[in-house]
Design a protein around this ligand. Structure first.
Ligand code: GLA
Length: 390
């Protein structure tokens, strides 16, 4: 875990100045997967793993950024930002700066030191965490007002246009608006959201399969294209629809013959997942955790069979977890093809869960999973270092 006092010390040693510290969280999604780019509903929570940024102003128009994780420093002029190599970490911070500049915000030059403790490439949105932390830091350093919704949208734009990943808005939104002890029900069309209190006595446990399959980004974009194709086809008979969010299950069944079988299955996932997400909120609100567990199980099955974004390691980890005492629900979380599962576990069962699941998954796959326990956390903020003690 990053210690903000140490981060300040390192900043001073590198840039010979004091700094302000900011942090933005990663996220875990409880339910509502691959629905955000279909204008649908999602239920993510910010987690207690962060991207930390120490920042101080410069007199010129340069951004000088050092990453602790990659032990590398990059530099660019704010007026001539362009992507470095594909997949380079600096595309995230430069992309955000570029999105703001293009939107007419006059940023000031700055020195940044970045240190992230969101596991990288594990489907917990380390990318949204770095985007949002840097975006917040640059606006604050430039003396510009911070609108969290606009920040989320700018960060998504950076990822879509500068990094080249066609993600929806879920990750950046919850990194901006997350609330301690709550998940957020987000309507990805109106961008209205409602904090949903997590029941006392339950713990969110995140299990990392420790695999990330190469297919992830190509298949992600392909799923989006399938959904867009379905909307184009269905509009011929349902001209009022704008996205899969507008299609009901009876309508989908009625017009099934118009869609090729794969595309129909993709739609079936999205339409039923939107329903499950809204039902999950009702289950939290009424305290009916048995129903929540069932919805999570169905969500995983639908992602595995209809949307085909799971993999054998995720299936194994979900199955193993679901068989443990005290487990309310388990499913894959995030884009898929590896990464993590989310498990809602009775707090009293956490320790046994951790030990047994780790041992069984290791025996089954030869992989040692990382298991994280995380409270739902607040979104991006400036950090008062004094509160961490000297
Ligand atoms: C990734 C994307 C999100 C969302 C999920 C799937 O995390 O960044 O926008 O589409 O996959 O739910």
């Amino acid at each position: 875990m990053t210690n903000p006092l140490q981060l300040l010390e390192k900043f001073r040693a590198s840039f010979f100045a004091s700094a302000t510290i900011y942090r933005a969280p990663g996220r875990v999604n409880l339910i509502g997967e691959h629905t955000d780019y279909n204008d649908g509903f999602v239920l993510p929570a910010a987690i207690g793993f962060y991207c930390w940024v120490a920042a101080a102003p410069r007199r010129d128009r340069r951004l000088v950024i050092h990453s602790e994780n990659f032990n590398e420093t990059v530099e660019a002029n704010l007026d001539s930002l362009s992507a470095i190599a594909k997949n380079h970490w600096s595309n995230y911070p430069f992309g955000v700066a570029c999105a703001f500049q293009n939107a007419g915000k006059r940023l000031k030059g700055a020195n940044l030191l970045i240190s992230g403790d969101v596991p990288l490439g594990a489907g917990l949105s380390s990318s949204a965490a770095i985007e949002v932390a840097v975006g917040f830091a640059l606006l604050h350093q430039s003396g510009l007002p911070i609108d969290r919704l606009e920040l989320a949208q700018m960060c998504q734009k950076a990822e879509n246009e500068f990094v080249g990943a066609r993600c929806g808005i879920m990750d950046q939104f919850v990194a901006c608006q997350g609330r301690a002890s709550h998940a957020l029900l987000l309507d990805c069309r109106s961008l209205e959201y409602k904090p949903v209190k997590l029941s006392p006595g339950i713990t969110l446990m995140i299990c990392n399969t420790m695999v990330k399959h190469e297919l992830a980004s190509g298949e992600y974009n392909r799923r989006r294209a399938d959904c867009e194709e379905a909307v184009r086809t269905l509009r011929k008979v349902l001209p009022e629809i704008r996205a899969l969010r507008d299609v009901t299950l009876p309508q989908l069944e009625q017009h099934r013959a118009l869609l090729n079988p794969k595309v129909y299955s993709r739609c079936h996932h999205v339409v039923t997942e939107d329903n499950r997400t809204q039902s999950a909120v009702r289950a939290f609100e009424s305290g009916d955790l048995r129903v929540l567990g069932q919805l999570m199980r169905e969500s995983h099955r639908s992602l595995r069979d209809d949307y085909e974004v799971s993999c054998k390691e995720l299936d194994q980890l979900v199955e193993t977890a679901a068989a443990q005492p005290g487990v309310i629900g388990a499913r894959m979380t995030g884009g898929g093809f590896g990464g993590c599962t989310i498990n809602v576990v009775e707090s009293a069962a956490v320790e046994a869960f951790q030990q047994t699941v780790a041992a069984e998954y290791l025996a089954q796959t030869g992989l040692k999973p990382e298991i994280y326990v995380s409270a739902a956390s607040d979104g991006v903020q400036q950090v008062e270092v004094n509160s961490f003690g000297a």
